[in-house]
Design a protein around this ligand. Sequence first.
Ligand SMILES: [Zn+2]
Length: 355
Amino acid sequence: MFYHRCVVANQRYQAQLVLPEIGIDGQAKLAAAKVLCVGCGGLAASVLPYLVAAGVGEIMLLDDDIISLSNLNRQILFTEQQLGEYKAKVLAARLTQQNPTVQINWDLSRFNLETGLPIVAGYDLVLDCSDDYATKLAINFCCARLAKPWVYASVLGWDGQVALFSLQNREQPCYKCWQIKAPQATASCSVSGVLGAAVNIVGSYQASLALQALLGNFAQANRLFIFDLWTLEQQQFELAKRQDCVFHGDNLIHEWTQPLLNWAQLANLANIRLIDIRTLAEWERGHLPAAEHITIGRLIAQAPQLFTLEQTLVIYCNQQSLSLLAVENLRHLGLQAFVLNGGYQAAIQQIQQQQ
Ligand SMILES: [Zn+2]
């Protein structure tokens, strides 16, 4: 039986086993690899069939969205008969048919800064097949914290971008080093449109970079590849680490040079909004007086609508790592934002001491 499986596997992967960059050793690395795919839209439909065909051992699909008619110009693995079904579920069934030796799992969980770390910890590489800045930031944050590589991709109109962030040490650039601010509000598929063929070519590059990383080759990492499918021009740029970027591992707090505010100092501030970015469950178990609850995903995505330049924003989480991240984003928008020193736990202690 074992011999039979080996013969079948050799036949299936014959054309790539002869590639000097893969061979038997490389094929074993791919078979042992676990990949997390965030988003199951057009990019996933382009990148995943190649990873499944290449024999990556295990792939987790995350998406809570359903298939709609307006997806079908670029999400080419879905059919009209599947409208209204969950993308992750349909894609998992399709990919399992393609190569039953690959373990395909799916889940309807949302990936964000609150849920991401324990999920990413179980995988060797993350594929960014999302279409929004907050999700990309969350992937970047989790991968930087856990020193896991991820492959960023973005497509808008006829244009595509792709990059492998290796993040093996804190000297390597992350997504936030380069994409400091959120792309403009028009940067969404529904507003600016998107060409299916552009998604497909970016997905192919994404697949190639992912396979290279899983094989242990990072020669193309930390470089941004840009495509214009209208003029057929391509460009590439080396990405560099930005020294004040707060996303790099243990230095998250040490690199932060802006002042922190203590609970007692808040009484001296005017026009203040105290914002709790913990989970809803944590908020419901208890929160600080006069605080309001806004999840960090919503805070980053909707900051221009939520806040004004005149307001003093004080952000807290349980301790302070997530609020540092939130504050950095708010400051890049020109908002006056501060971290509550020590977060909820420290403030509660100070309140109890005052009583
Ligand atoms: Zn960075």
